[in-house]
Design a protein around this ligand. Structure first.
Ligand SMILES: Nc1ncnc2c1ncn2[C@@H]1O[C@H](COP(=O)(O)OP(=O)(O)OP(=O)(O)O)[C@@H](O)[C@H]1O
Length: 228
């Protein structure tokens, strides 16, 4: 089944064009790694899928329905989840409440206990901290919480932006491994990551260069091409 389809997508901010003529398909069930140097447009591409770049044009669809003119909050309702760079957590709320805030749609809210168990299976380090304010967590734990909060939504398409950024290598590896082990069911995942060696679990790697897709590589390229 067709999943995410981008055809001739361009995007930018004000007068600046960042992405040009992006053609990309991500099938249902597929996990795609998005690599490229700083500033070459990875974040902008994830935002463009959600209609959250400054502007974007071209055709975008998810599971056969156009999403080009759909508001970001409506896309979130349809299960398109953007997990932004950094730590999207509420520091004054407990870890438990942060997780629950991710289950903001009625269906996810009804199943929040089961969803929380699933997230805590992926990130068991959060369990002892459930009643603690998120602001007291370490950097690695905050990132786990931020990603875990994204997973509390009833997601189908997960757009994950540089989950390893700023984390110690061992922690980053564990976090990305958890994302790779997530059951996608009817969904898909695009994971932007500068550190290609972390992307061993993806199905395919797409490299962005200067706002264009420079090459598509099999996942095996992850292990050998670090730092390119
Ligand atoms: N909100 C914004 N307003 C104006 N320019 C922006 C904005 N966000 C990004 N840019 C610019 O767009 C270009 C692409 O940035 P983008 O964040 O998409 O790259 P990236 O590959 O994700 O890099 P990084 O890993 O640093 O986030 C850069 O030149 C950046 O300065």
């Amino acid at each position: 089944m067709s999943g995410l389809v981008l055809r001739g997508v361009g995007a930018g901010y004000g007068p600046m064009r960042v992405l040009e003529e992006i053609d990309l398909e991500v099938a249902v069930g597929e996990r795609v790694g998005l690599v490229g140097l700083n500033g070459h447009g990875k974040t902008t591409l994830l935002r463009a899928v959600m209609g959250m770049a400054g502007w974007c044009d071209g055709e975008r669809s998810w599971r056969g329905r156009s999403i080009a003119r759909t508001a970001p909050h409506e896309l979130a309702r349809r299960g398109l989840i953007l997990m932004p760079q950094g730590d999207a957590v509420f520091p004054g709320l407990s870890v438990r409440d942060n997780l629950e805030s991710g289950a903001y749609l009625p269906a996810a809210w009804r199943r929040r206990a089961a969803r929380r168990r699933r997230v805590l299976d992926l990130f068991p380090k959060l369990v002892p901290h459930l009643d603690q304010p998120a602001g007291t967590l370490s950097g690695g734990e905050r990132r786990m919480l931020s990603v875990g909060r994204g997973l509390m939504a009833d997601g189908e398409l997960y757009l994950v932006d540089e989950p390893s950024l700023g984390l110690a290598p061992g922690i980053a590896t564990g976090l990305v491994r958890a994302l790779m082990s997530l059951e996608l069911e009817n969904g898909a995942m695009v994971i932007a990551e500068q550190n290609r060696s972390l992307l061993g679990g993806v199905d395919r790697i797409v490299r962005l260069h200067a706002g264009r897709i420079a090459e598509e590589l099999p996942a095996a390229a992850a292990a050998v091409a670090e730092g390119r």
